[in-house]
Design a protein around this ligand. Structure first.
Ligand code: COA
Length: 149
């Protein structure tokens, strides 16, 4: 069985992320979303609520990264494919850095890129709209919208 992990901060999870997840599901037998921590980013929304909200989207599987690195998680769980989405060339350069480090930690790990359907949506855009009390409902799944109220 080909298992893949889609790791990210997902703060919050957006329709752009869901698109990437569904693309990965077309190829892999099992795809799990892992909410990871980027030490450069302070968490904005509750991580445990985000896990539950993502998990409540039909046919979506989500867990939180308890501790350690994404590559370690993959190794421990026998996952050889790491999914990431690319919106533009900046994403590619950023992702390549992470992919190389991950492969140093777990040599068998392969990072697979999927092309995004939208290069405007980002989690920080949602956070900006949220802080200014603007409508962002078209950018995130309904299940996520419920925890942002
Ligand atoms: N749709 C919408 N947004 C997208 C997107 C898409 N298809 N593709 C990328 N993005 C955006 C995200 O919304 C996010 O936006 P933001 O910067 O405005 O918040 C940005 O691209 C990057 O987000 P993300 O995928 O969450 O990347 P990240 O660098 O924050 O990911 C890690 C975090 C931990 C997965 C990554 O840094 C990593 O693997 N690091 C290696 C070290 C490690 O293992 N750390 C884990 C400790 S638990």
């Amino acid at each position: 069985m080909n298992k893949a992990l889609y790791a990210g901060s997902f703060d919050p999870f957006t329709n752009g992320h869901l698109f990437i997840y569904n693309q990965a599901k077309e190829i892999f037998d099992e795809v799990t979303i892992l909410i990871a921590t980027n030490p450069k980013k302070k968490k904005y929304f509750s991580e445990s609520k985000m896990v539950d909200a993502i998990q409540s989207i039909p046919n979506v599987d989500c867990v939180a990264c308890d501790s350690g690195l994404v590559a370690d998680y993959c190794k421990e769980h026998g996952i050889k494919y790491l999914v990431r989405g690319l919106r533009n060339t900046s994403d590619y350069l950023y992702e390549e850095e992470i992919a190389k480090v991950n492969q140093e930690i777990y040599a068998e790990l392969r990072t697979i890129y999927f092309r995004a359907d939208n290069d405007v949506i980002s989690s920080s855009l949602i956070r900006i709209l949220y802080e200014r009390d603007r409508d962002f409902s078209k950018y995130i799944p309904n299940e996520i919208l419920e925890i942002t109220h």
